[in-house]
Design a protein around this ligand. Structure first.
Ligand code: NZQ
Ligand code: ZN
Length: 387
């Protein structure tokens, strides 16, 4: 196990009847709040009224920034920053899924500086004093509610870049699983895929062979993500299953699984982000289309690790290491298919001729993320396995 610092400062309020606390949690950071939300699911579900009522009760002056789209856009972030500056907002409250929370983080970062917010994403500027953020999570997936990352698509350059800074941890996040009962089947499934992929990225890129505690945590979370997702799809109102999936996806990317693994990377995300940037594919769907091919490409170089995954997650006992590895990948792929997540580029109608330009776009993020062993040739080779 490698040395590590684990410091997650986000306060989580989890469970039923937690929404009314958002006013007091947010008012602790100022009177003027920018309320950030998406295309309208929170108005349909009645959550909007519950949140605004709580904020108003706490004496807050609300400025609204709505219309955040899935795979949020830089142009919309910029308009949110302008609004927050114009109205002197002191705190931001995000109500939504990963896209809304990520956009809110970018607005937090950009509202206290004069330069353009994209400079944070390209590493040209570092974040020093962003506005504080509170969140009400509505979808189990990205983990943004309890981590320091944000992912934004630059709609001028078609680059979807992610960036993290410890100042971006939300101060408080409210997780009421009953709010997620209205998430449609496709995004429920994509959310589970995303959580699983966050774990797989670390599980297969760790350079440390001695990570027994983390391995068991990660394997358990993957099993739990699949089981709870199956239950949510069978019965969308199953509170226990929604709660399981919600906490699983939060734990999948809040620093816990990575602690002690040493340097880990996000190579599948690096490629998936290009698919979303080019074709506006939902994040989880981009990952289910990349993961099987990426795993098949890498299994021969780490057969023991992939065999362990197969044995412990899918109880595969027969065969040598490579055979177990292959069966484990097939089982995971079959599960993706069973929840209607795409498992190839062809299913997404991405033609082979696009592979070169996808690789050229993805390699720019590989550079920003310092994924040193990924050049365009290697990315192209993996994408061909994903076809
Ligand atoms: O916009 P609204 O109307 O709210 O609809 C959303 C959206 O259409 C809908 N939805 C959300 N909660 C709902 C609901 N519909 C009904 N009932 C509810 N309770 O679901 C759709 C998808 O929402 P979105 O926020 O886009 O999904 P997700 O949470 O999967 O977030 C995806 C974004 O997170 C980024 C991804 O790249 C992507 O841009 N990620 C952020 C990470 C981070 N900050 O650490 C890490 C992840 O790897 C990921 O990259
Ligand atoms: Zn993800």
């Amino acid at each position: 196990m490698q040395n590590f610092v684990f410091h997650n400062p986000t306060k989580i309020l989890f469970g039923k009847n937690t929404i009314p606390a958002i006013g007091a949690e947010t008012a602790a950071f100022g009177e003027k709040v920018l309320l950030v939300y998406g295309a309208g699911s929170i108005k349909k579900s009645g959550l909007y009224e519950r949140v605004t009522e709580s904020l108003e009760k706490a004496g807050m002056e609300i400025t609204e920034h709505s219309g955040v789209q899935s795979n949020p856009l830089l142009s919309h972030v910029r308009s949110g920053i302008a609004l927050a500056k114009k109205n002197g907002c002191q705190v931001i409250c995000a109500v939504g899924g990963g896209s809304v929370i990520d956009e809110a983080k970018a607005i937090c970062a950009g509202s206290t500086v004069e330069h353009d917010v994209w400079k944070f994403f390209t590493g040209k500027k570092s974040i020093k004093a962003p506005l504080p953020l509170t969140t009400v999570l509505t979808l189990a997936a990205a983990g943004s509610e309890m981590n320091s990352g944000m992912v934004i698509t630059n709609d001028e350059t078609s680059q979807k870049f992610g960036f993290g800074n410890k100042q971006l941890f939300p101060k408080t996040s409210i997780l009421d699983p009953s709010i997620t009962c209205s998430v449609p089947p496709d995004y429920t499934a994509y959310g589970a895929v995303d959580a699983i992929n966050h774990i797989l990225e670390f599980y297969f890129t760790t350079e440390d062979p001695s990570t027994a505690v983390q391995d068991r945590i990660m394997e358990g979370l993957i099993i739990n993500a699949m089981e709870s997702c199956n239950k949510c799809l069978a019965n969308p109102d199953d509170y226990a299953a929604r709660a399981d999936l919600m906490w699983t996806s939060t734990l999948a990317l809040n620093g816990l699984t990575a602690a002690g693994l040493g340097k880990v990377g996000f190579p599948m995300h690096m490629m998936g982000h290009t698919l979303s940037a080019f074709y506006n594919i939902p994040h989880g769907a981009s990952l289910s289309a990349i993961a099987p091919g990426w795993m098949r490409f890498h299994a021969p170089s780490q057969p023991a690790r992939f065999a362990q995954f197969a044995e412990r997650v899918f109880e595969i006992r027969e065969g040598n290491e490579q055979e177990k590895a292959d069966r484990g990948i097939s089982k995971l792929t079959a599960w993706f298919t069973s929840i209607h997540a795409p498992v190839t580029l062809s299913e997404l109608e991405i033609p082979e001729k696009d592979i070169v330009r996808i690789a050229e776009n993805a390699v720019a993020l590989a550079k920003v993320w310092r994924l040193k062993d990924y050049d365009t040739k290697k990315i192209e080779a993996i994408l061909r396995v994903c076809l």
